[in-house]
Write a protein that binds this ligand. Structure first.
Ligand SMILES: NC(=O)c1ccc[n+]([C@@H]2O[C@H](COP(=O)([O-])OP(=O)(O)OC[C@H]3O[C@@H](n4cnc5c(N)ncnc54)[C@H](OP(=O)(O)O)[C@@H]3O)[C@@H](O)[C@H]2O)c1
Length: 168
């Protein structure tokens, strides 16, 4: 069955932009969609999977909000991606998912700056060997990976609904 979240008419990304990175093997990204004018948030895009996701999507032209906790580290990542992709619409906005106060502040700031949110990628996550509590006294992994994202999604739901188009 066709995955409804996939573009209906995927294009070969290399035909659109010859610099689009294609990795060899079964994990190759073979889809391209013009995302110009779209706004995307990616949590934890300063590293790992989030960073790779941001890099690929940046080639498709959207505004990407890097929702991360470390400003200096994230600005370096943005600089690196910008040099490669020439997309100037990459923005850092501070978000610490383990603290619900920061989640609330992030959402308030985002909602005041942007009228829409086309895609929200709840990627950030941690794992821990020891039990620690967050500022709000929840277990830290649960607070960061689940509660923070759940609260964030709720606070951004109106922006997501406003932007939802039946195009994917
Ligand atoms: N890699 C795997 O094999 C694998 C497998 C299953 C699931 N996952 C999940 O996939 C996601 C990404 O994994 P990854 O391997 O790319 O991890 P990663 O390289 O460790 O990157 C995690 C990202 O999350 C951010 N982050 C951590 N705590 C945060 C907080 N409190 N607030 C905001 N951002 C926070 C980190 O920010 P900093 O740069 O500031 O640390 C980093 O950008 C995670 O949710 C992970 O659980 C990964």
């Amino acid at each position: 069955m066709m995955n409804p979240s996939m573009p209906k008419n995927p294009q070969d990304p290399r035909k659109v932009n010859p610099n689009f990175p294609i990795y060899n093997g079964k994990n190759a990204c073979k889809l391209y969609k013009d995302l110009t004018d779209q706004v995307i948030i990616i949590t934890g895009s300063s590293n790992g999977i989030g960073k790779s996701t941001a890099r690929l999507l940046t080639f498709m032209g959207p505004t990407i909000v890097f929702a991360c906790r470390d400003r200096a580290k994230t600005l370096a990542v943005i600089e690196e991606i910008q040099q490669e992709t020439k997309n100037k619409n990459l923005v850092f906005m501070r978000l610490d998912l383990s603290d619900l106060r920061f989640v609330r502040e992030f959402a308030k700031d985002f909602n005041s700056r942007y009228q829409k949110l086309n895609i929200l990628i709840n990627n950030a996550g941690i794992s821990m060997d020891e039990r620690r509590l967050s500022k709000d006294s929840y277990e830290m992994v649960f607070a960061t990976n689940y509660l923070g994202h759940f609260y964030l999604t709720n606070l951004l739901l109106e922006a997501l609904k406003r932007s939802h188009q039946a195009e994917w």
